[in-house]
Design a protein around this ligand. Structure first.
Ligand code: SF4
Length: 274
């Protein structure tokens, strides 16, 4: 049961410390996609929602319009703690309303989603010359997707959508995120998706907070043979660093050899600092 409400906010855009964006826009609070590894669950602390993550969604409305001229020469990302194309977008159109405000502007806008609904807005994307459209996935196996991202579009719908966006002449990317040890086969995904995207990005699976036990339970229930590996990797920060450093080296090697344009968003610095 999804608890939905429309709320009035003072501003839709906020500063970001993410490596990919100077500013972020989240058209919804909460995300009905309910991915088991969702780190955005921390948002509950700021919104006073008592419902479990994935079971509430506030649709943001804002009387104050965004002035795109203010954000030229910055990177603006739609959807950092929600998916702007979650199933509610079909009914409420909050993301589409925001996109309309950027039409004609040269802001570097980036969208990332797990939804095939993205094709609906190709007409608007074409009016924003520096827009990049991305889908995220971490497997080509829809049985894994069903258990980990139960309410997002299935894998073939996502791939068909990003292909359509690319064929419309837009800049596309695929984000392999989060990469699950022993499950995400990045070479298979890149090889399969080469023609769908101009570039690829990578992010490792972090396990902390409320979703750590949820992810480990999933591994125990559906990939029991991998449980010792997960326990080893996530036993300490240094073990994580060692594991992900090796994976990152493999990504570099594979992408260079096969001429993939890519970027890695592995969190080594944070692990090192700690
Ligand atoms: S789509 Fe993104 S924001 Fe939504 S539940 Fe999944 S990980 Fe969280």
């Amino acid at each position: 049961m999804l608890n939905i409400r429309e709320i009035e906010v003072r501003s839709l855009i906020s500063k970001s410390k993410l490596p990919v964006a100077d500013y972020v826009i989240n058209p919804y609070i909460g995300c009905p996609h309910k991915c088991i590894y969702c780190y955005a669950e921390f948002m509950k602390r700021f919104t006073h929602h008592a419902e479990p993550w994935g079971e509430f969604a506030d649709v943001k409305r804002c009387a104050k319009k965004i002035n795109p001229a203010k954000y030229l020469d910055t990177d603006v990302s739609i959807g950092s703690v929600t998916d702007g194309y979650n199933p509610l977008e079909k009914r409420f159109g909050a993301t589409r309303e925001i996109l309309k405000q950027f039409a004609g502007s040269k802001v570097r806008l980036q969208i990332l989603t797990k939804s095939a609904l993205i094709v609906r807005d190709i007409d608007l994307f074409k009016q924003i010359p520096n827009i990049r459209i991305g889908i995220s996935l971490n497997t080509l196996d829809d049985n894994i997707r069903k258990k980990t991202e139960p309410y997002a579009s299935n894998i073939s719908q996502r791939l068909a959508a990003i292909k359509t966006v690319k064929e419309a002449g837009l800049d596309t990317w695929i984000f392999l995120s989060p990469m699950f040890p022993g499950i995400t086969d990045f070479k298979e995904i890149l090889t399969h998706c080469r023609s769908y995207a101009a570039s690829f990005a990578f992010e490792n699976l972090n396990l902390r907070g409320a979703y750590r036990p949820r992810v480990l339970r999933y591994i125990k229930d559906y990939h029991a043979d991998l449980l010792p590996l997960y326990k080893d990797i996530y036993a300490s920060q240094s073990a994580q660093y060692l594991y992900w450093d090796a994976v990152e080296q493999e990504i570099h090697k594979f992408c260079r050899k096969n001429k993939f344009k890519y970027i890695s968003y592995f969190y080594h610095e944070k692990i090192r600092k700690k």
